[in-house]
Structure formats: C-alpha cells, structure tokens
Design a binder for this molecule. Sequence first.
Ligand SMILES: [Zn+2]
Length: 422
Amino acid sequence: MEQSVVSIEQWLEQHLLQLNLVQDMNQPDGFSRLGFSSEGWEAHDGFIKIAERLGLTVRRDQAGNVIARWNPENHNASLQAVTLGSHLDTVKGGGGYDGVAGILCALAAIKELRDNGFQPDHPIEVICFASEESSRFPISTIGSKAMSGIIKLKELEKVKDEAGYTIKQVVESRGLNWDMIRYAEREENEIKSFVELHIEQGLRIENAGTDFGIATAVACPIRLKIKIEGKMGHTGTTPMGMRQDALVAAAPLITFISEKAEQFSKENPYPIVATASTLTIKPNAMNVIPGIVELGVDIRSVDDALKEQFKALVKEKCSSIEKEKNVNINIEVLVHNASIQLDEDLSIKLKEIGESLGHRCLVMESGAGHDVMNMSKKWPSSLVFIKCRDGLSHHPEEYAALEDLRLGVDILVGYLQQEARN
Ligand SMILES: [Zn+2]
C-alpha cells in the first residue's frame, strides 16, 4: 500500500539512499563499495530487497551478478527477456550515482509499469552486474564479461588486489566458485536486448543544450607503458650538461600527448582523448637525478584509426626525445581494444522515445567503458546517458538531479512498453 502513495520522485530519493547504504547522500568521504567487497554485497542485498518488494524473482548467478526478473503472467517461453542493468560497485571514495542511477531508474521504471497495470509479453529483467569498476583489480566489467561469455578465467585468476588477495580468493570468499563462473554465460536466445542507463560523467549533453544522450559507440583504450631510462647521478655534483635525466625527458612527452590530442580533436570528426595518467620515478629521492621514469598513457577514441595514428606519433616523439635527451625509451602496449559500436536501431528507438516525451537528445559516443560494451558483443544493446552536475564523477560530490533521474525513468518506461510487448 505504502508504495502507491509515494510519488516517483520520493521513491527515487528513498531508494537512492537504500542502494547507497546511507541515510544522507552528502558523504564527504564518498562511497566505497569495491567489487566483491562486503559493502558491495550489502548493496546487492539492498537491490534484492527492493526488487522482491516490486514482485520480481531474484537470483544470483555464478559470477555474482544479481538478476531480478518480471515473469509475465502467461509467459510464452519462446519470448526472450528485455533487459536493463548497470552496477552498484564503486571506486574508492566515489560517487553515489555512477552505476546506481542505472539500477535505480530501471527498478523505478518497473514500479511505474506495475502501478499502471502494464502486462508485458516478454520477461523483463534488471541486471545488477558484479565488479564493474577496475579500482580493486586492474580489470573492469567482470560480471558482464562473464554473462556474455568473454571472460578469460585462466588469465585472470592470479591477478591481485592491493591487499595481496587474488581475484579468485576474493570471489570465493563471497561464496562463489571460480571455476563455475563460466556457467554465468547466457545463451543468445535468452535475451532480446540490453539497455544501460548511466550518468554521463562529462558535460557534452549540457554543452550541446540537450537533455539526455544516446551513445552509438564506446571508445575503448589503447594503453601504453613508456619506460624512459636515463642515468642516476648526484644532484649536487653532476653538471647540467652531463645529465641523462629521465624525468626531464618525460616532461616534453607529457606535454606533447596532451597538446596533440587537443589538436587532433579539433581536426577530426571524432574526438580523441589522451592522458599521461601514471608516473613512477626511480629512485624518487631528493638528491638523485631521476634514472628511470615509467609513464602510463591512456588513449581513447571511437575512431580506431585515429588512435593508431596517435600511437604512431607518440612513438615518433619518443624517438626524437631519445636523441635530444640522451635516454632510452621503450614502449609497451598494455591494452589495445577496438572500439565498440552499439545497436543502431535500438539507439534510434531510445532517441525517439525521449524526444516524443519532449526532451532534446544528443547522439554521442561514450568515452568511458561500461557493462553495455560486453553485452553488445552478444545482444542488441544501447546506452542512455543522463546529465550529472559539472560532469563530475568518481568523486564524493558526483550528483544527478532528481529531474534527470526522472527523465531516465520515463525513457525506460517508454522503452519497456514498446519492447516488452509482442
Ligand atoms: Zn559506472
């Protein structure tokens, strides 16, 4: 009874707190629910409770994904599930909307449909994926990789977290069996389509004067480890002209990466972003000239050829720095993933639903990876973005306005009304 009295906005506010395990969204230290942690599992329990209250049937699969399903009354078993989903794990000290927005809006959409007596022909599912973020283990979207059958268990099992636990140990500490994860893979004919709603984590929707976004592609990274070897020496006694300072060699490279990416983005139809995002200096001592510097570089664009071209330019720049600064530079390619195209028909459908509700849509690409990129390898998939304040994400002050969450719910409701009918 209580549920039919509250407005959808009130419902969203209450359940946003519940999924985040807090009484108040103002959390100066942010939210920390690492993948496969007890906090992460507690959030999943919150999800299960809400889903069960909505009358959904809930199960946890072999990879730790939680699947909440609405089985139609007269279910024709040949009809595939229409699925929505995202994640509830966070980075350390992250925000309360990344991932949560998608789960919350999907559940709210189901509440709306149920309250209005909607009868689906197809089953509808909300999937809460396990361990989406790569902040505990250097691998992202573990749950959706398992569901779409692209997880490489043998390669992964020895990967460790900061505390020294392997991913296998951590997964098994949650009562799962590492070797059973492969059975989380689902058949192609089980699922009709997948839609993820997510906060944008950027400002493009707002800057374009629009209300929501539909991503047509996900930019996947090329990641480089660039090792610069110079020579250590005493900072007091080595004359300036006789140095092989690895950090001095890294400086123009870092600037080059940033400036070139900016230039490329202006000159090409699709933007490219490139970031020198990690740096280690050896020996990192006040009185020693840096002998070795390791630089991690992350390059992303949905235009794979542009990424390639950029990588080649970085290589060229390294060769010229080697000569100029008298150092050795070695480039290792850590990650080289082709970008992912999402389903065009599905994207158009979602765009039109949003527009028919009076909202302006930006057709865009996603600079960040999401569970949808794995699901899209097997099922028609699309990604809806809602705005978040100042484009801020992975930060305690991450925030999405209630009206934008509401907009997300409305789009998902419109979508399910079409897609879940035969
Ligand atoms: Zn996310």
